[in-house]
Design a protein around this ligand. Sequence first.
Ligand SMILES: [Zn+2]
Ligand SMILES: [Zn+2]
Ligand SMILES: [Zn+2]
Ligand SMILES: [Zn+2]
Length: 355
Amino acid sequence: MKKPKSVKDDFNLVVENAFDFFQKSLEEFDKEPKYSVIHFHAAVELIMKARLLWEHWTLIITRPETANLKSFRSGDFQSVSIKDAKARLESIVQDGLSKAEYECFLRLSDHRNRMVHFYHPGNTGNKSELEKIVAEQCLAWHHVSRIFERWNEQFQSYKKEIAKIDKVMHEHRKYLKAKFGALAEDIKKAEDRGISLSICPSCGFKSFGEDADNTPILDFECLVCKARETGLMVDCPECGEQNKLIGEPWHKCNKCSHEIDENDVHVFLTKDFVYDKHDLGRSIVAHCEECDGYEMVVHVNNIWICSQCFTKYDSEEVGQCDWCGSLSTGNIEDSYFMGCAVCEGKSGWDNDKDD
Ligand SMILES: [Zn+2]
Ligand SMILES: [Zn+2]
Ligand SMILES: [Zn+2]
Ligand SMILES: [Zn+2]
């Protein structure tokens, strides 16, 4: 999509500002962790704003109805928080944040607010608090990097800047070395329990524990930075090779290079299910509230898991939509009127009729 030049200029300025804040934040961590927290948070917030700005400049203003281009250009407006940005990305841009991304960014906001409005133990050089901050920054950068891949259309011309911050982030991990060392015993215990450890994609230490008690579902958690991922063991539909997918379905088969995607995962997870003609209402697929995936959530080992976004749901979180009759995750209490993850209920139907 081609953008008019002025919007692109604004977008670029915001993104450049974000990278500047990332850089500063990492540089000043040693001497002024307080500013590091504030600036890192600002950088993440700016990336969200840039994405909204790409869509339309009024979207980054707290109350778009008061938007005025002149005050926008002079920076005289109140801009959205991460919370508002999340809601707008979801409802307007239809390209929202995952639960894990949002929760991680909210924790950054919380640290930042405590630094600015109150007092934060990390600022007085409290070592374990500082480690917590670095761990969260590593995790946030891990999420931001994924977001850049997802928003490739918008951020593709920033590959160099992204790589640069990535490098500094690797350096930044040195603050977690002591924590990793202190966990030696826990790591040994985990290994004794049969949990295998691999390199954590977020902090880079060999502390990413893989719990395979519930295969094909895998649960990962990093002992150092607490990064969590859900994975799946899935056979390649082309060659049968077993592949370990971490956090997302898109993966090139280790053996034949087939590009595995969400539909392959869905087919694999439902392969043993046979519909019972005496029980036609029984279903093992539901719609996903998190990614809006149509029938992407599959019932596996007493858990419901989405083939597209790997979000897990308990049985209580899955129910039948009173309007369209299909199974859906998310809030379906008012589904007759409000609909479910994939339908708009009676109210949507009535609106359509009026058009
Ligand atoms: Zn980690
Ligand atoms: Zn294959
Ligand atoms: Zn999903
Ligand atoms: Zn429905």
